[in-house]
Write a protein that binds this ligand. Structure first.
Ligand SMILES: C[S@@+](CC[C@H](N)C(=O)[O-])C[C@H]1O[C@@H](n2cnc3c(N)ncnc32)[C@H](O)[C@@H]1O
Length: 204
């Protein structure tokens, strides 16, 4: 039998496909190359089934994944990934000492407020550390949506939660509001990644 796609359904009637099978796969060559460039230690926020944090840890990097979903964390642990079940806005080990915070695969949308999330990520980083944040392609809108996950692509069953999409066009303004500086926006294998640095020294 063919599996039905999992979609994120918005309250305004849109369907956004979720690449669940990819999350269960291994990290791609592009993701491994990005990981190699990330200063450590690495915190993968919203790590899902853990493929990215597993690739980092298997490569000898100090890395931790966090995810608020017990099912995702159980799946990640079964694969041997170093993960904690944690909401990113709750206390996390080594706050202020992470070299990189990863927000990949749309995870800058967590909580529906990218400025709040980037401020939180900034707090988690050591001075000079980086948020590596996947964004929507230039030309696409930034938006905040009320969404729910529809496991069979069917009717929305809830719970509803806020989610955001951040365009590459808006990342500099949102990063500045979050106390971060854009070092680079890179196109890699059909995806866009922004490197946002936490400046060293006092906040002005
Ligand atoms: C796009 S999926 C993860 C995909 C994964 N990063 C990957 O590349 O394979 C988003 C994940 O964020 C998690 N999440 C949502 N809100 C969260 C929060 N407040 N704190 C931590 N994780 C959260 C969800 O449980 C979900 O597993």
């Amino acid at each position: 039998m063919r599996r039905r796609p999992v979609v994120l359904r918005s309250a305004c009637g849109r369907s956004i496909p979720l690449p669940v099978e990819r999350w269960r796969d291994e990290a791609t060559a592009t993701e491994r190359a990005l990981l190699a460039a990330c200063p450590g230690p690495l915190l993968d926020v919203g790590c899902g089934p853990g493929r990215v944090v597993l690739a980092a840890a298997s490569g000898g990097r100090a890395a931790l994944g966090i995810d608020s979903s017990p099912a995702a964390v159980a799946e990640a642990r079964d694969r041997g990934a170093p993960v904690l079940q944690r909401n990113v806005f709750d206390p996390i080990p080594a706050e202020g000492r992470w070299g990189s915070v990863l927000l990949w695969d749309g995870n800058v949308g967590i909580g529906g407020d990218p400025v709040r999330l980037l401020r939180r990520a900034r707090h988690l980083l050591a001075g000079g550390g980086a948020v590596v944040c996947e964004v929507e392609p230039p030309g696409s809108p930034s938006e905040v949506l009320d969404v729910c996950v529809c496991p069979g692509g069917d009717e929305a069953t809830g719970p509803w939660f806020p989610w955001a999409r951040l365009s590459a066009d808006d990342v500099a303004a949102v990063a500045a509001a979050g106390g971060l500086v854009v070092d680079a926006v890179q196109y890699r294998s059909g995806r866009w990644f922004a490197w946002l640095r936490k400046p060293t020294g006092p906040v002005r």
